[in-house]
Ligand binder design. Structure first.
Ligand code: HEM
Ligand code: NAG
Ligand code: NAG
Length: 509
């Protein structure tokens, strides 16, 4: 033990890099050297909030063996860092990680890493920057997003119709939601030849997703991540077939843009196919948990359910004719006139958000004229650090309050569910429309009760790339149709004014 203690002391002397007094204050762990690593392992992303809690500084440094992290917890510093797009970069990290996660060719790696450092050249010389730029317009409110939304609501409507036919019934809520949302989303993006319509490919995606961490670590993946590699290869094959058939020509502007941008930059069809499952992480991993937690918090609280139902009823038109009542839920009307629902969505996102914006410091940089960020350090903005700070949300910060967003919060930059700055989530309009459409249709048509009560929403396993906590995957619920009076009832969606959007980020004015 004595020898070990000596080793620790010697190591900590060796590892404590000379610190510049202008760097953000360092928070040292109780156990030298490995304390932060134990904390991160044990508390995952919530570790940073516990550190912030004891210090209350706007930015702090934590030193790990071989690396240094700057954790930002104040909105003004977030605004400041988001302006430093050259010296502090997300793209360089994305470039390094994406090759490993996709398993692409060396030629593709070269294209990805070329000119990604913006201190060396303009955005237009870099594939990564050009790609992130190119996929924003197809996801912005407008005709191509409309086309995606139409397919998506048609499918959500189909899912709820199929469920209604089976009622009363018992389903596994998470599994049902994940399948239906995955189908609606991928049909909207990939069109009639959507590879994920084949349930085996969908299963392969979730297997692949489980193995991302092992791909990133990259130690003997053929042994440590064998199943993940098989799933990844299966998906790449499916997408090679898809692009070979030119199926993207019948799909969304987003799918077309991703393919044509890749081709323009010189990627082979095989490499573009290998990147598709990675793109699907953003597309699929967070919408379903958001919808799950919406249903969870609405149905587990009668008052929330009543408030939300009332709003939906006022946004629903009923046409009586021929013994049939046709209920039309206008998605645009929900955006325009359902403030409690919108607030509930934001509160769910605030409450269940576990995302981190991560950036690499490419050169010594003075932040806000006072904090020195050293080259090679990593800047981290963990959303929950902002989302759990009473300074921004008040003394009831730990409570779920579905009306919280009806009144203005102190600073919209403190809401980080969709990130911000140049990595602001471009999918937020599509994702929020999908969650709202599903949730509104569901609570208007069904009663739901969990078998054996609501499980407490404990957090077990948070993946480092997740933005929203993964739900319980085994929640059995009893579903029955609501009593809406005699006669036949038909439900459909309307989409009138597509320019309307939910304000979900400081950037959405
Ligand atoms: C409720 C669902 C979603 C949530 C909570 C969410 C959240 C986020 C967050 C927090 C970021 C920023 C990460 C960072 O700062 O590093 C992000 C980035 C991104 N999201 Fe989403 N997202 C969702 C759905 C979607 C969907 C449906 C799509 C695609 C249609 C999408 C596409 C993207 C892309 C491409 C980026 C990277 C942007 C860039 O770095 O330039 N997201 N998302
Ligand atoms: C989903 O939408 C596509 C395209 O509009 C349609 O062909 C398909 O039948 C829909 N599926 C369901 C289950 O509604
Ligand atoms: C009324 O219902 C009958 C029988 O289902 C059908 O033939 C007829 O077309 C319907 N009329 C209208 C206006 O929907």
């Amino acid at each position: 033990m004595g020898g070990l203690a000596l080793l620790v002391v010697a190591l900590s002397f060796f590892l404590s890099s000379p610190k510049d007094s202008r760097e953000p204050p360092e928070l040292r762990p109780a156990i030298p050297i490995i304390g932060h690593m134990i904390g991160m392992f044990r508390y995952t992303v919530f570790y940073y909030a516990t550190l912030r809690g004891s210090s209350n500084v706007p930015i702090f440094t934590i030193v790990l063996p071989g690396s240094k992290m700057y954790i930002i917890s104040s909105p003004p510093l977030i605004t400041a860092i988001q302006k430093l797009t050259k010296a502090v970069s997300f793209a360089t990290m994305a470039a390094k990680a994406s090759g490993r996660v996709a398993g692409c060719s060396d030629a593709a790696l070269e294209i990805i890493n070329n000119n990604v450092d913006l201190s060396k050249g303009p955005e237009s010389d870099s594939f990564v920057h050009s790609f992130f730029k190119a996929i924003v317009p197809p996801l912005r409110p407008g005709s191509s997003l409309d086309a995606m939304n139409r397919i998506m609501i048609e499918n959500i409507s189909g899912s709820t119709n199929a469920l209604a036919k089976r009622t009363p019934t018992r389903i596994n809520l998470a599994k049902w939601l994940r399948r239906e949302i995955t189908l609606a989303t991928t049909n909207a993006v990939y069109g009639p030849e959507n590879p994920y319509a084949d349930e085996e490919n969908e299963q392969a995606f979730w297997t692949y997703e489980q193995h991302i961490m092992l791909f990133m670590i990259g130690i003997l993946p053929s042994i440590t991540a064998r199943k993940g590699l098989q799933a990844r290869a299966k998906l790449a094959d499916a997408f090679v077939q898809y692009f070979t058939k030119e199926a993207q020509a019948k799909a969304s502007a987003l799918a077309q843009m991703r393919y044509s941008c890749g081709r323009e930059w010189g990627f082979s069809v095989e490499d573009i196919a290998r990147f598709e499952p990675g793109n699907a992480i953003a597309l699929l991993s967070n919408t379903f948990p958001t919808a799950y937690w919406m249903l969870y918090y609405i149905f587990s609280n009668p008052k929330v359910l009543e408030d939300c139902r009332q709003e939906i009823e006022s946004a629903t038109k009923i046409n009586q004719g021929n013994g049939t009542a046709t209920h039309t839920i206008d998605v645009s009307a929900i955006k325009a006139s359902c403030p409690i629902l919108a607030s509930t969505l934001q509160e769910v996102l605030r409450y269940r958000s576990v995302g981190m914006s991560v950036r690499e410091v490419l050169e010594d940089t003075l932040l806000d004229g006072q904090y020195l960020l050293k080259k090679g350090g990593t800047v981290v903005i963990p959303s929950n650090v902002l989302h759990t700070d009473p300074a921004h949300w008040g003394a009831d910060v730990d409570d779920f309050n579905h009306r919280r967003f009806l009144t203005k919060t102190s600073n919209p930059v403190a809401f980080r569910a969709f990130g911000g700055g140049n990595t602001l989530c471009p999918g937020r309009h599509f994702a929020s429309t999908e969650v709202m459409a599903l949730v509104c249709m569901f609570i208007a048509r069904f009663e739901m009760e969990p078998v054996g009560g609501w499980p407490s929403p404990v957090v077990t396993d948070v993946k480092i790339w997740a933005q929203i906590i993964e739900p319980h995957m085994d929640l059995e619920v009893d579903i029955r149709a609501r009593d809406l009076g005699a006669g036949k009832h038909v439900w459909e969606f309307g989409l009138t004014d597509s320019e309307l959007q939910f304000a979900l980020a400081a950037e959405d004015k």
